[in-house]
Unconditional design. Sequence first.
Length: 409
Amino acid sequence: MRKQGFDYIQLPSTLQDAVKVARTLGLEYLWVDALCIVQDWEEDKSKEISKMWQIYQSATVVISAALASHSDQGFLHERDLESCYLSTWAIPWHKVDSEGNRFEEFAFCAEGEIRRVRKEPIDSRAWTFQENELANRVLRFGSSQMIWGCPRGYRVDGGSNDDEPLDKYSTVDEVKDSYEWTDLVEEFTTRFIGEAKDRLPAFAAIAADYAQRHNIGPDEYKAGLWTSWLGFGLLWYIKNLDDEATYPDILSTEEKSPTWSWHLARSGISWPESIPYQGDADDFNLVVKYSQVELSDDRVEYGRVKGGSLVVSGALLKIHLRGTRPVYFKPNGKVSSAPIIIRWDSKNIPSEKEFFCLEVRRVHKFIAEGIVLRSSSGFFYRVGYFEPDYQKATPIGSIWRDRKTIVIR
C-alpha cells in the first residue's frame, strides 16, 4: 500500500500514459482501479465494487486505454498507417474557387476497412464493460483512432465522423427495461473473465445503475435477474456452444449455484423472442412462489453469490434420452418423441439419462419453451433450455398436464 506517494517512473507504461493525458487535460486527480483498490484485500475490493457505478458516472472523463493488451504496453505512440489500414494511398487533386484561386488537396484511400469504432483488446474484457456503459464522457485511445464519446455523440480523429451516439443507450432513456437489460447481459457474456467468482462483481455497477434509474430495490436482484420478470429471465440460453468459452471452467468440486442464473454460462447468451417488460400473464404458466440468493458479502448487494434457490409451480414433463433424442412416455405407456429441441448449458451432455422439462412460457397451443432440469436428492438443477420442434408439433395440452411445486437450486 502506497501512502507516501511513488515515483512516476515506477508505474507501468499504460498508467504513465494515463498520467500524461490527465496532466495535459489539466486534471489534478487520477483514479486507477489497480492502485486505488487494494487488490489482495477482499474487504476493500468489496467496498469499492459496491460504488463503482458512482465512480464512473461522476468522473470528469474516463481514459480508456483501448488498444493496450496489458499494463506495460502503453497507449500513446505514433500510429503505423499500414498496420491500421493495410496499403494506403494519398491521391493528389486540386480545386479552384470562384475567384480563380487554386487549392491543392489529398484524398486518403485505404485497402483496409475504415470503421467508425474498431474492436480493441479492451472490448473483450468483462471488467471494462461497465466503464464504457456508465461513464458520461470517455476518451478512447484505439489502435487506429482516438474517440471522444459523450451522451450527445462522439468525435474521432480518423475514419468516419458521423454525429451519432457512441452506444444505443447514451441518448435514449425510454427503452423498455427488459430489452435494455437483456441486451446488456448478452453483450457482457461475450467478454472474457479471468476468475469465475468475478463475473457478477464485474457486472455489479451495471446492476446498481439500472436499479437506481428504474427505482428498483436491491432485494429484487437475484444473481443477474430481476424478480419483476423472473419467469422470462430463466429462458436464457447459450447462443453457440462451439464459441470460445468466455468463462473459466469450474472444478467439479466447486459449487455451481444457482444453476438457473446466467452468471454460470460458459459463453455468450441470448433470450428468445422479446416480450414487454411486465410480460403477458397469459403466456406464463410458471409461477415463481419464492426466490432467494445468498450473497458472499452482504455489503455488495449486486455482487458475488454463494447459492440461491427458486420455489416454482409449473408443468413438468419427464423425458429420457435415447442417444441424443428426447422421448417421453404417454399415459398409455407408449414412447413418443418429445416435440422439443434442447440447447444444453454445457458441451458435455450430462451423464443422466432422465431429465425434466419445466414449461415456462406457452405462446400457442403448439408452442412451449422452458428449462431442462436434472433431479438430485429432492432438488432440481438447470442443465439446459428447450424450445419447440416445429416439425413435431403436438397439442401441448396433451403433454404438459402434470403441475408440481419444486425447488430449483
